[in-house]
Design a protein around this ligand. Structure first.
Ligand SMILES: Nc1ncnc2c1ncn2[C@@H]1O[C@H](COP(=O)(O)OP(=O)(O)OP(=O)(O)O)[C@@H](O)[C@H]1O
Length: 255
């Protein structure tokens, strides 16, 4: 078993005024294997996004440890963490965070161009390939006002993939999309995972979680359950059955 991310006794507190702290994550122990497709569910405010930010090194935990491929990242300096995020991790958010003064292809290329050694022609070719793979190659020179939510989320996925990350973190990547666009984005992510990229998604949507291999459940800052499933196989398209079993499991857990 090759772990890509492991969190041990992870705690995150935030300051409440000048002399009090409030715990947001409480003693989280979590291991993600290379190649897994994991979703994190749980009520609003249960700490899902905070968990994602802390295990990806976007935020600093209060105590505990996080290792990325066996190396401790919690004690790294900010510049070292930024290099790991840039070269080994991709991020997709609900609101996409695209730059409005750049064309869509320039948005895709951005994380690669930031990297010092980038060969611009090669990056451009790679960006075109990714846009083709996600069905948006014709939109390359548009700006961000000229794309639907689903199209812009595909741009964000291409941007997350441009540096060939080992893992993609998604914070409600389908949260702002209709059901058709959600299904399209999930089928792209399923394919990316099939090609070997580990994916961890925060979601409220059992339809989304149904496409993943393992669902983690958070409540009140703690991991309170997990449901392991087989890898989703588009050939059998049993997503409805998987969704129903997640809904049943959530009900059994009291959600
Ligand atoms: N920087 C912060 N300062 C104070 N409170 C915070 C901070 N970040 C998060 N919180 C609080 O921590 C709790 C967990 O927030 P988080 O966004 O991780 O939850 P979530 O499960 O992702 O919620 P949602 O599903 O609504 O996005 C919430 O009560 C939130 O208000």
């Amino acid at each position: 078993m090759n772990l890509i991310i492991e969190a041990r006794s992870l705690n995150k507190n935030v300051a409440l005024g000048s002399d009090r702290e409030f715990p947001i994550l409480k003693d989280i122990n979590l291991a993600i294997e290379e190649g897994e497709f994991v979703s994190v569910m749980g009520p609003s405010g249960s700490g899902k996004s905070t968990l994602l930010y802390n295990i990806s090194g976007m935020d600093r935990m209060t105590s505990g440890s996080v290792t990325f491929r066996g190396s401790e990242i919690s004690s790294l300096k900010e510049e070292e963490l930024a290099q790991i995020r840039l070269n080994h991790m991709g991020f997709i958010f609900q609101d996409m965070n695209l730059l409005k003064n750049l064309s869509l292809i320039d948005n895709v290329m951005f994380p690669a161009i930031v990297s010092k050694s980038a060969d611009k022609d090669k990056v451009h070719r790679k960006a075109k390939e990714l846009m083709k793979m996600t069905g948006i190659e014709k939109l390359a020179d548009n700006d961000i006002t000229q794309g639907s939510g689903g199209q812009l989320q595909r741009v964000a996925i291409c941007r997350a993939l441009i540096n060939e990350p080992d893992i993609i973190f998604g914070d409600e990547p389908t949260g702002a999309l209709d059901s058709k666009a959600t299904a399209e984005i999930m089928s792209i992510l399923t394919e990316i995972n099939k090609q070997g990229t580990t994916i961890l998604l925060v979601t409220h949507d059992a339809k989304v979680a149904a496409k993943t291999d393992r669902v983690l459940l958070m409540a009140d800052g703690k991991l309170v359950g997990e449901k392991k499933m087989s890898k989703y196989n588009t050939q059998y398209d049993d997503s409805k059955r998987r969704e129903e079993s997640i809904m049943r499991w959530l009900m059994e857990k009291g959600f």
